[in-house]
Design a protein around this ligand. Sequence first.
Ligand code: AMP
Ligand code: MG
Length: 502
Amino acid sequence: MICEIDDNAKAKAPGAGGWRLEHSYGQLPSLLHVAVGPTAVRAPRMVVWNRKLAEELGLDAGADAGRGAMLAEIFSGNVLPPRAAPLAQAYAGHQYGHFTTLGDGRAILLGEQITPRGERFDVQLKGAGPTPFSRRGDGRATLGAMLREYVISEAMHALGIPTTRSLAVVATGEEVWRQDGARPGAVLTRVAASHVRVGTFEWVAARQDEVAKKALVAYTLQRHYPELAGAENLPLALLGAVIERQARLIAQWMSVGFVHGVMNTDNMALSGETIDYGPCAFMEAYEPATVFSSIDRDGRYAYGNQPQIGQWNIARFAETLLSELHPQEEQAIELATEAIGGFGKSFQRQWLAGMRRKLGLFNEEPEDGALIESLLAWMHTAKADFTTTFAELETLGATEPGRASEFQEWLVRWQARLARQPQSAKEVRRLRRANCPAVIPRNHRVEEALAAAEAGDVSVMERLLTVLAAPYDHGRARAADLVEYRMPAPEGGEEYRTFCGT
Ligand code: AMP
Ligand code: MG
């Protein structure tokens, strides 16, 4: 995964072959994008290379010494791959509830890679230099923040949660100035089903460009929801499908204790992928009010608020579609309101289904919701670690008889519930293990890996990435050498803070 750079090999290096770039986004109305290339960096050096992902994309993944140098040139933006047509995307968004125009201020789309399986993925360089949307920003990113996105996005992928991926992090050899002083700069290569966001629709709606809006609706449908092609009311079908995917995504976040941290509408992708890993982190002790972002003072994006914020964002999306939903405004509003109301129901249904799986429940009983809520209520008072509690429910009961009787009573209820389904204990365990990760990116482990990498030692991160790649391998996670990855942070873990926009 890690490339040793050999300067002598640079000249004869073949670079990554296998590029097959197309540019459907660039063909959308010009309101939506600006052609701009990356700004060259001084001394690119590959820090992490996702060989497996490169293979899936059809890129020649081999990172031998010589190729490593050329890969660093490409994934820093110094050398463009064949047929790249770099652009920055225009978009708007509601940030902390306030509407603003944004656009890619530091990200540049090279194009859409067509994989050997015929799939289409955006290949975007994040931190590749200024664009017309940069405003006062420098267009750059820090090595720590890009490695953080790499680790957490790849962990999310391994957890089975839809997400953008990370192909490479290249150190630029340049310094980036942030509040806390000079930091090493880096470029992250982000791979996404697309970068169409709720904010993209807000942008065309704000500009009142009906032609661009229609084009964007058609584009999003074709790219992400081709199965809706025959629908009678296509924009309404799109709204419904986006609601379903977002509700599912947020239910999945909730089921692993993930706090996105900055659910602005520009950070909600219509593909249904998790996007924009800034101040995100995983909750340890169960606490719905958990917030990690240093700037989220009111807890708008707290763990327990995520479903409501998802629905709020969907309402902003629906507003942009009103003119498309029905020629009469009143009826359009009626259709939109009904659809938005469906978000809560869809979330609730998918959340419940996910929690049932975590408890090993195969069938449905009306009291399941209450059973889950009472476990969560106990976890809340006991400040129980979210991940280990779910992963080790059986043993918790057996090994800690001194636990609060509330929990013992709950275990009795759960066992009685399990007894009312035909599945064996083995089947229950299998279902639970497939839905309760043994390992998540623990904040103190992530910080430790980033600090080591920033100091020049990537081995700590490499090891962490290996562990995070198999979160449901409970057998492996129980091995003595991995115990340290399963355990929550020592005292003070709840005080963990993350910093945005770096
Ligand atoms: P985010 O909070 O990461 O979604 O970013 C919000 C907006 O700020 C987007 O338009 C970004 O492109 C822009 N942005 C973030 N960091 C920088 C930077 N260092 N230089 C220029 N633009 C930036
Ligand atoms: Mg963003």
